[in-house]
Design a protein around this ligand. Structure first.
Ligand code: ADP
Ligand code: MG
Length: 689
């Protein structure tokens, strides 16, 4: 008899596995009995319905009930090849079961046997063959006559092997599977028990069984995910009374002095922010707006409002380049207003850093901009009122939460250009209100996008020269080579040399990559901004936020290696001013998908459509960088289609946490353990401990 603890037992010790098969299973991340049972089929083959021999089409897979109508025979048309044929019939036609080089099979059949077979149909003239079929005598219903799971596999592990293994493990270990959901929830929602669900997800009796199993498992998965995420947030967000900021005309006057007028969308979002800030409830707002929609200025308005109520603001950006740019920009906007700004990034000297820290602490700095350096322990504010995270998709849930601990329930604003489907928004930002800037500043021209291959290089550079001669500037972005920063830099350096010596030798070319000293990076960026560099060759460090309106061409090398959302972000580096802008994707991908992806980029400049497509093509884990977000990968729940289940989950979460906020009771302790296990490797700080 197997014990409950066997559920987490190493798969290697299961009967029929052993070290060799265990190492194959490792390749698909199956280490324990539990992993195997939670390794769900990718699809199913319905072998419950039977075809008729006469209707079998060449090339299709058929499922048949036949009777052996004669004795089997073996033919040897040439050396090394033998063909075993067993004649069969049903009420519609005659046919043959055929095997190659397996003479012995014919001994398994005698005239009159009733068998079920499943195999590929081959029509040879008028002869109907079923080649290399799976077959079964009698009514065992193991391989034919039921729904067979099809597993996502690696090399060397066959589907048959998996089917057999899962089927054995289900039999042997079913008793070790614990129900983690309390009775009343199961009853209330009419969920399947976990044991039935696992049986049915692998070997569904029928469609209904499959659907109920999937619902139950998706519910469980989303519940664990949501409880985990809610807890990360709650840890930092217990007290609910925040700051009530004053109404002020100061900001309105500032808006009047801007060199442009706000778009309607910016105005609407700023009003939403004002409403939040003027109430005691801490603001928790996500501002979503496509690249170039003008999020920064909206954030600045919020910071001014905080300043006028005597509070400090902080703005965190994912890269030093971007933080520095924001800092410079904000200083420019606010000059002559007596507002003190500070910059806090990793590359400051110790002395500079201490100085900034001191000023932030004693309140001499009103607005501080920086990178991750802002969430270090030594950063203390005198009176933090507003915490802003820019390009928030680059940060994890925890980092965002940590920034807000720097004050006493400060208002929180997070900004992102990466639109996300509503379902995912609810999971990630369950507690966030969402504002959308759905309008670009006037006069922006659509960025013309072309996908070309390397052979067009000369024409592309000729075009660049023409644009430079008209006073414009160009970015050239080099690819991500298998996540290796060193290789990225190499390819950027090579291209830089090549351009300097050949194609663009009469022009000023700059090089920018992540490994350069921050000072050097700043210098290059500044030179580019001031127009002293015509062409900036760069790695993806310029991806987020960089703003040089005079640049109107971006060339992306090996664009097939980028995600679509990332290409869209990069493309957003141009088209930021009055000039017609161009994005040239140098594509060396030969596959159909690669071409399709480039087509999407050529056709649409709508970030929302692009993200959805990207998400569809790559799945949420890769799309967001699971690790950064602390989101465990979803195995069965689907963020597009399981909206209904998610809604129920959120309601239940609410109920559970009201009843037992720390999940301490016997009723919820198993759920708590599952949450801890699921998030263990993802997040080092779980509130439940
Ligand atoms: P993003 O939303 O991508 O962060 P930014 O805030 O960097 O965009 O703004 C992009 C550019 O648009 C900046 O040069 C900014 O000055 C300009 N901009 C912002 N709002 C407006 C507006 N209402 N009218 C004209 N230009 C604007
Ligand atoms: Mg921005």
């Amino acid at each position: 008899m197997n014990k409950l603890s066997d559920f987490n037992m190493s798969i290697q010790y299961v009967k029929g596995v052993g070290p060799k098969r265990a190492s194959k299973l490792k390749k698909i991340n199956v280490y324990t009995v539990k992993d195997l049972l939670y390794y769900f089929p990718r699809s199913y083959e319905d072998r419950t319905k039977f075809n008729k021999l006469s209707q079998c089409e060449n090339g299709e897979k058929a499922n048949l009930e036949v009777t052996v109508s004669g004795s089997g025979a073996v033919m040897r048309p040439r050396r090394g090849l033998s063909i075993a044929k067993v004649p069969v019939k049903d009420e519609t036609a005659l046919g043959y079961l055929v095997w190659f080089n397996q003479d012995y099979v014919i001994n398994n059949f005698k005239v009159g046997d009733k068998i079920k077979v499943n195999g590929k149909v081959k029509r040879m003239g008028r002869e109907i063959q079923i080649q290399n079929p799976t077959y079964e005598k009698g009514d065992t219903g193991k391989k034919v006559g039921r729904i067979i799971p099809i597993y996502p596999l690696t090399k060397k592990l066959t589907n048959n092997e998996m089917v057999k293994l899962v089927s054995n493990v289900l039999k042997q270990y079913l008793g070790t599977i614990e129900e983690i959901l309390p009775e009343d929830i199961i009853k209330k929602l009419k969920l399947m028990s976990i044991r039935d669900a696992l049986i049915n997800i692998h070997f569904p009796k029928d469609r209904e069984g499959y659907k109920r199993a999937k619902t139950r498992l998706a519910f469980e998965e989303l519940l664990i995910l949501q409880l985990g995420l809610l807890n990360i947030k709650n840890k930092y967000n217990k007290n609910k009374r925040g700051i009530k900021f004053n109404k002020t005309d100061y900001v309105e006057d500032f808006i009047k002095d801007l060199p442009f007028s706000l778009t309607n969308a910016q105005r609407k979002v700023y009003n939403e922010i004002c409403n939040d800030m003027e109430s005691y409830k801490p603001m928790n707002r996500l501002v979503q707006g496509d690249v170039g929609s003008g999020k920064t200025i909206v954030a600045i308005l919020g910071m001014l409002k905080a300043y006028k109520s005597g509070y400090q603001s902080v703005m965190m950006a994912p890269t030093e380049i971007l933080a520095t740019q924001h800092y410079e920009g904000i200083k420019e906007y606010l000059k002559d207003r007596g507002i003190n700004c500070g910059l806090l990034v990793g590359s400051l000297t110790k002395k500079q850093k201490l100085e900034v820290l001191e000023k932030v602490k004693n309140g001499d700095i009103d607005i501080v901009v920086g990178t991750h350096a802002l969430i270090e322990d030594n950063v203390k504010f005198k009176r933090l009122g507003l915490a802003i995270t820019d390009e928030q998709h680059r940060f994890g849930v925890r980092q965002r939460a940590m920034l807000s601990t720097k004050g006493h329930n400060p208002d929180i604003l997070v900004m992102t250009a990466t639109p996300i489907p509503r379902t995912l928004a609810l999971i990630l930002y369950g507690d966030l209100d969402i504002s959308i800037i759905d309008e670009l500043p006037p006069g922006r021209k659509k960025i013309e996008t072309y996908s070309v291959n390397k052979t067009m290089k000369n024409r592309v550079y000729d075009f660049v020269k023409k644009q430079i001669n008209n006073g414009r500037q160009t970015y050239i972005v080099c690819p991500l080579v298998e996540e290796s920063e060193t290789l990225d830099i190499q390819s950027a350096e090579e291209l830089y040399d090549e351009l300097k010596e050949q194609y663009l030798k009469d022009y000023k070319i700059g090089l920018l990559h992540g490994k350069m000293k921050p000072k050097e990076k700043d210098n290059i960026m500044l030179e580019f901004k001031n127009g002293n560099i015509d062409v900036l060759v760069s790695t993806t460090v310029i991806e987020v936020g960089v703003n040089v309106p005079n640049a109107n061409i971006i060339i992306i090398q090996n664009s097939e290696r980028f995600g679509l959302a990332q290409l869209h972000q990069l493309r957003g580096r141009v088209g930021r001013g009055e000039y017609q802008s161009y994005c040239i994707l140098i594509n060396e991908g030969k596959t159909k998908v690669a071409r399709e992806r480039m087509k999407i980029m050529e056709r649409t400049t709508d970030g929302f459509i692009i993200s959805e497509k990207d998400l569809e093509l790559r799945g949420p884990g890769e799309f967001f960088g699971t690790r950064q977000h602390g989101i465990p990968d979803l195995k069965i729940a689907n963020i597009f289609s399981d909206m209904k289940i998610l809604k129920v989950v959120q309601q239940i979460c609410d109920d559970i946490l009201k009843e037992d906020p720390l999940l301490e009771s016997n009723k919820y302790i198993k759920i708590k353990n599952r949450v801890k296990n699921t998030f263990r490797d993802k997040i080092d700080n779980i509130a439940f401990n």
